[in-house]
Design a binder for this molecule. Structure first.
Ligand code: B4P
Length: 192
């Protein structure tokens, strides 16, 4: 299964992708995790990304595409993938279409996790307390949510217009949301 998970910060993309990975037996590719690994390694790319991420801004489309091409070149993506955090704008959506055509891995599903803004803010505040991530402070979260509205929400419309969008209610316990996801994906899972 080839799946793209969409949704604002705090909608549960990373959380649910970790579970879906076990269920579908395909790798979870999180662009946020890939970038955080570069930052932790202190690579040249990580040094560039660190401040941008700490502000809640988007790292450049060029860097992201290069990182994604490298990741898709690894053999574990042959049977599918769960892509989380990409595309975040229309340029990235077009780039992903071209990349998936090139590697002959057409997307089965773009799934949007829908969660109201007040709950997003509450969840991220919880993570800020638990994990102390640089980009979870209230001002930065506001910027990330603004970026989502101005740049990522159009990607949702893009997939809707292409008849590829499935919307899943992201409110509820982790198990509730996971069950809804499985249900939404089950026809595609049966056909492979
Ligand atoms: P990400 O790592 O993608 O961060 P995120 O949007 O917050 O999502 P995440 O998946 O981590 O959180 P989740 O909702 O699961 O991106 C970080 C930064 O990297 C970006 O700001 C940007 O700078 C950069 N970046 C990444 N991709 C990029 C791209 N394509 N282009 C440019 N820049 C890019 O979880 C949030 C919290 O909610 C957790 O604490 C979780 O436990 C909780 N939660 C989840 N589900 C819940 C539920 N059902 N009930 C209660 N709590 C729940």
């Amino acid at each position: 299964m080839r799946l793209v998970l969409l949704g604002p910060p705090g909608s549960g993309k990373g959380t649910q992708a970790a579970r879906l990975k076990e269920y579908l037996q395909v790798p979870h590719i999180s662009t946020g995790d890939l970038l955080r690994a570069e930052v932790a390694a202190g690579s040249p790319l990580g040094l560039q990304a660190k401040e941008i991420m700490a502000r809640g801004d988007f790292v450049s489309d060029e860097i992201l595409l290069g990182m994604l091409e490298d990741r898709f070149a690894r053999p574990d993506t042959a049977n599918g993938f769960i892509l989380d955090g990409y595309p975040r704008n229309l340029v990235q959506a077009d780039a992903l279409g071209v990349l998936l055509d090139k590697i002959r891995q057409p997307m089965d599903f773009a799934v949007q996790l829908e969660v109201p803004t007040d709950l997003l803010v509450e969840r991220i505040a919880g993570r800020a307390k638990a994990e102390g991530r640089d980009d979870d402070s209230p001002e930065v979260v506001r910027n990330r949510l603004d970026k989502y509205t101005s740049q990522t929400a159009p990607v949702i419309d893009y997939y809707r217009q292409h008849g590829q969008l499935t919307v899943v209610d992201g409110v509820g316990s982790l198990d509730d949301v996971f069950s809804r996801l499985i249900e939404a994906l089950s026809p595609a899972k049966e056909v492979g």
